[in-house]
Write a protein that binds this ligand. Structure first.
Ligand code: ADP
Ligand code: MG
Length: 237
């Protein structure tokens, strides 16, 4: 469960806030798109959820954690709940897909057999088992994105956040990506996707939170990229 109450984020006192007085709730198991043009505050809002940025005003709650109150030594408790696919997939250089996913588990010290099992399971869920021994730098952009998703879900988070996951992807890869997100959501994980890919939002209709200039201007359970969506703007699959 995510509860955001009157959240405001100001990076610079002299400029307009990046987010102004945002409130919404997301229940466990929901699939939500966060839409809006570039600069509207999508990435900032996601970062507030996992405390990569600090709130200026308001409050954010994730399950039983008050995000603005949690201290640094306890931050891992929040991060364990949330899998993150950020805009740039930063991988360990000179490491294979398997090693890049397994690394996340190694830092939380699970036993070796569990690391192997969980890593293979995550790679299988994104359809990337056959490239597990390939260096991530030798994979295509779409394959790298899937490895980033495997890395985000390997610890079985209750929430998966992805920031513009279909940017730079061709249509076929974008559709594959959406199927992966749907599959992850159907296993019970809440999924939040920031995107300005209207075709994606129109193809798989789900709740839409729309930002404009830092304000939440729409919270629509019937979905669609905007109120005036073109019915032809969908992927055919
Ligand atoms: P989006 O993801 O929708 O493109 P962002 O959250 O990245 O929007 O940006 C929202 C606003 O906050 C923009 O005006 C952007 O310039 C500003 N902003 C984002 N990150 C920072 C930062 N680290 N420092 C200062 N301003 C920032
Ligand atoms: Mg962004």
């Amino acid at each position: 469960m995510i509860k955001v109450t009157n959240a405001t984020k100001r990076y610079n006192k002299k400029k307009e806030p990046a987010l102004k007085d945002i409130s919404f709730q997301i229940q466990a198991g929901e699939f939500v798109y966060l839409t809006g043009p570039s600069g509207s505050g999508k990435t900032t809002l996601l970062k507030l959820l996992y405390k990569e940025e600090q709130l200026t005003k308001g409050s954010v709650q994730v399950d039983n954690i008050k995000v603005e109150k949690i201290s640094s030594p306890k931050l891992h408790l929040l991060r364990r709940k949330i899998g993150i696919v950020s805009q740039e997939d930063l991988f360990l250089p000179q490491c294979t897909a398997f090693q890049n996913v397994a690394f996340v588990l190694e830092v939380v010290q699970t036993n070796q057999q569990q690391i192997v099992e969980k890593t293979l399971n995550a790679l299988q869920r994104v359809g990337m088992l056959d490239v597990k021994d390939t260096l991530t730098k030798d994979l295509s952009i779409g394959q790298q994105k899937k490895i980033a998703i495997a890395r985000a879900i390997v610890n079985q988070p209750s929430i998966l956040i992805a920031d513009e996951p279909t940017a730079n992807l061709d249509v076929k890869s974008a559709v594959e990506m959406m199927k992966i997100f749907l599959n992850i959501n159907q296993s019970g994980t809440s999924v939040i996707i920031a995107t300005h890919d209207s075709t994606m939002v129109n193809s798989i209709r789900n709740r839409v939170l729309e930002l404009s200039k830092g304000r939440l201007i729409r919270d629509d359970y019937s979905g669609g990229y905007s109120l005036f969506s073109d019915p032809k703007d969908v992927y055919v699959w």
